[in-house]
Write a protein that binds this ligand. Structure first.
Ligand SMILES: [Zn+2]
Length: 421
């Protein structure tokens, strides 16, 4: 089998018309009147969308299975059933004020690749699996990327099944209800953590980099790491009118100075480090009382683990000092190490883009994706597709069909190469 010729043949079979129709159809599940979608994880709209997806994939000869974490796997069998599958996909759950493309494009581009493989008459050696990872958004059940985290052993199944939504329904019951609703369409449960040969996720960029570069698609180097901190600044409250400056221990004065110093510590010339103070709570919060306490958060991100650790250490040193007579306590709320995708996967996508005559610059993912966890489990890569104005998690989120088709062609070429080896 000529692997490259086959991969180009499959890429050629990718149909923009079909992809567009699928995007429109999926957007009907949980459609909002403003053109966006609200399709919360494992809710009625998500289950209905899955029923439709299973129907589409089954028509191509794929079998449908769910795992105990609620992930849905749609598999075209390979000629050698002893080999681990090549996997693509993303998520079809959305934010409550979500758009039509976040996650959805990754699943529908995968579905279009299954169709293109069939139309091209290529028989994959390895099975080709399309996955809808469960609860990526983390809105109904927190945190996000839950399904892929459990599949890859990053989270425990039992603790995850016990997570409750705002109505008190636990995740386990929601998974069971989804399985019951789809029961007639599903095969035997997919084993959690079963080996995967490789995973490629296509996703909208959700940022402005590709648009600024004038590129429709890009190859993702990895996903930056994140550390969340809460910083408590403790002073003493007293009367705003009677307390002279020398006698004050003003938590707001201290917190503002500290916040400026922390921010200055994270400024790099290349503008890679992301530093955000997104919450700043003052107590008691009275107009005429000096603040006793300020609690604020820091969201710190960087693609390099060593740099992320070094910046974190510098922030800790600043917090160990006394500011305006106030003491500071820094607590790390959560940490997620960066993922660097293996060179074999990025190079494969670079080569496939070259053969397709596509310009696909490299970039780092600023947002979390299921691929972050899957990268711990098997060789993983990502394709990004240009987002209009970098907008996402918004009903007006938009990606041009031509860009989506370009990304799907690259995905098709990459997956076909992997499936034939
Ligand atoms: Zn997403």
């Amino acid at each position: 089998v000529d692997v490259i010729a086959s991969s180009l043949r499959v890429a050629e079979q990718v149909s923009g018309e079909r992809l567009d129709a699928a995007l429109r159809h999926l957007a009907g599940f949980g459609a909002r009147s403003d053109g966006g979608v609200a399709r919360l994880a494992l809710g009625a709209e998500h289950v209905a969308a899955r029923r439709w997806l299973i129907g589409e994939a089954s028509a191509l000869g794929a079998d449908a299975r769910m795992d105990a974490a609620g992930n849905l796997f749609l598999t075209l069998p390979g000629s050698d059933p002893t080999l681990a599958p090549v996997v693509t996909g993303s998520h079809v759950d959305s934010q409550p004020t979500g758009g039509r493309y976040d996650g959805a494009l990754g699943v529908l581009s995968g579905l279009e690749v299954l169709r293109a493989v069939r139309e091209a008459g290529v028989q994959p050696r390895r099975a080709l699996t399309l996955v809808d990872w469960s609860n990526e958004e983390g809105v109904r059940f927190a945190p996000g990327t839950m399904g892929s985290a459990v599949y890859c052993g990053v989270r425990g199944l039992d603790e995850t099944r016990a997570v409750r939504d705002p109505d008190g329904i636990d995740y386990g019951s929601a998974v069971d209800a989804c399985r019951d609703a789809l029961g007639d369409l599903l095969g035997a449960p997919y084993p959690l953590g079963a080996p995967l040969h490789a995973f490629i996720e296509l996703h909208i960029e959700q940022g402005p980099v590709l648009e600024a570069a004038g590129a429709a698609i890009g190859v993702v180097n990895g996903i930056q790491g994140v550390r969340w901190f809460e910083i408590g600044v403790h002073g003493r409250s007293s009367h705003a009118g009677t307390t002279p400056r020398a006698a004050r221990r003003d938590a707001v004065e201290a917190a503002c100075a500290l916040a400026v110093a922390l921010r200055a510590e994270t400024i790099d010339e290349a503008d890679v480090t992301r530093f955000t103070i997104g919450r700043f709570l003052v107590s008691p919060g009275a107009v005429n009382t000096i603040a006793e306490e300020v609690r604020f958060t820091v969201d710190l991100r960087h693609p390099d683990a060593g740099t992320l650790a070094a910046i974190g250490a510098r922030l800790e040193r600043l917090c160990a000092r006394t500011w305006a007579g106030c003491t500071v306590r820094l607590t790390e709320l959560s940490a997620s190490a960066p993922a660097v995708f293996p060179a074999a996967m990025t190079a494969l996508l670079d080569q496939a883009a070259g053969e397709l005559g596509m310009h696909a610059p490299r970039l780092v993912s600023g947002a979390f994706h299921d691929a972050l966890h899957v990268a711990r489990h098997c060789d993983t890569g990502m394709v990004f597709v240009r987002s209009n104005e970098g907008l996402s998690h918004h009903p007006a989120e938009f990606t041009a069909l031509d860009d989506a088709v370009a990304g799907t062609r690259l995905l098709a070429a990459g997956l076909t190469r992997l499936c034939l080896r």
